[in-house]
Design a protein around this ligand. Structure first.
Ligand code: SF4
Length: 73
């Protein structure tokens, strides 16, 4: 693991995603939406440390709990 990477991984479950795009709107560095159905795609599974707070915020804001953080430590 890189020294400046967040100590967690971002995981998405597209089956739970309603495609409203809240995560991608808040953190386009970390998430995008499928062109076919709008469901989430994690762009950076292990974000840099400076985006860790933003990643946690996006997970907390997901209305369908389609996003999760898996702690690595
Ligand atoms: S905020 Fe949640 S439901 Fe909305 S697009 Fe992102 S993962 Fe899907």
């Amino acid at each position: 693991m890189s020294g400046n990477a967040a100590p967690f991984r971002l995981v998405a479950n597209p089956r739970r995603c309603c495609g409203a795009g809240r995560c991608a709107g808040l953190a386009p560095e970390l998430f995008e939406q499928s062109l076919s159905d709008g469901t989430v795609i994690v762009r950076v599974a292990q974000p840099p440390a400076e985006l860790a707070s933003l990643a946690r915020e996006a997970v907390a804001l997901c209305p369908t709990r389609a996003l999760a953080i898996v702690e690595l430590v």
